[in-house]
Design a protein around this ligand. Structure first.
Ligand SMILES: Nc1ncnc2c1ncn2[C@@H]1O[C@H](COP(=O)(O)OP(=O)(O)OP(=O)(O)O)[C@@H](O)[C@H]1O
Length: 235
């Protein structure tokens, strides 16, 4: 049987030709929560973007034994989903964005839009509500939402569409207070364990050693232009 997610000899170079990292290796199995840590600017976000095929890279990425291109990149990105730390401020509202994201899911289901679109949109709203996001915030312009509200809404969409098998989380709780952070963490880990969710593994960037210890099952450290795995969370 092929690995869930295999990354082989991954390297990435910035537009000006500077190498950001090279030689990164990682194999994900079902149930893994790989915490990614390292100094600011060492390439963690770039790494996640490469995994989501949002950044150019060299090397090999295989999801269930197949390359991203063999799925078609839009479909691949529904299976290996990147949730940015700060979603680019979009025009319009979270509900408009959710409708677009849900329509991708509907197309993936049967090749066209279908009547389950509204149903697909309910789950993210319900999840966000359980994290203190009032339903009316979905109809407010992104630019008029707080950082913590934006972060919870983006994460609720990433999880609640129920398409992601691998979630790539970029400091998903960096704008949240401690109580909200723990609530969100618990929900993500429960989703990973749930047999009703397609979610199988998570790659999670955090600068918090405490969070790394709470959520991580494996620990990938970025340093000196490459990465290495540690057996324990760094203190
Ligand atoms: N589009 C880009 N063009 C040029 N350089 C870039 C680009 N995106 C990122 N970089 C550079 O690549 C390096 C890695 O950036 P990246 O955002 O991946 O770091 P990071 O480890 O996630 O940092 P942080 O912990 O501060 O979020 C940095 O030096 C950054 O300035």
């Amino acid at each position: 049987m092929s690995d869930l997610f295999a990354i082989r000899d991954l390297s990435c170079t910035s537009e000006d030709g500077t190498q950001i990292f090279s030689g990164v290796e990682l194999t994900l199995a079902e149930g893994d929560v790989v915490v990614v840590q390292g100094k600011s600017g060492c390439g963690k976000t770039t790494f996640l973007k490469c995994l989501a095929h949002l950044n150019l890279y060299n090397g090999h990425i295989l999801f269930c034994g197949k390359t991203p291109k063999s799925y078609g990149i839009p479909l691949y990105r529904t299976k290996v989903a990147y949730v940015p730390q700060r979603p680019p401020l979009l025009a319009s509202t979270p509900r408009t964005f959710l409708a677009t994201a849900s329509s991708f899911k509907a197309r993936r289901r049967n090749g066209r839009k279908d009547s389950r679109l509204n149903e697909d949109m309910e789950h993210p709203v319900k999840i966000a509500s359980s994290w203190g996001i009032d339903t009316q915030l979905w109809d407010r312009e992104w630019s008029n939402l707080s950082g913590g509200e934006i972060q919870r809404i983006a994460l609720a969409i990433g999880i609640g569409l129920d398409t992601a098998e691998v979630l790539l989380l970029d400091e998903p709780t960096s704008a949240l207070d401690q109580d909200s952070c723990l609530l969100v963490e618990r929900h993500i880990l429960d989703t990973l364990k749930s047999s009703e969710s397609p979610l199988k593994a998570i790659v999670w960037i955090t600068h918090s050693p405490e969070q790394a210890g709470r959520v991580g099952t494996r620990f990938l450290q970025f340093a000196d232009g490459s990465s290495y795995e540690e057996s324990n969370p760094p203190v």
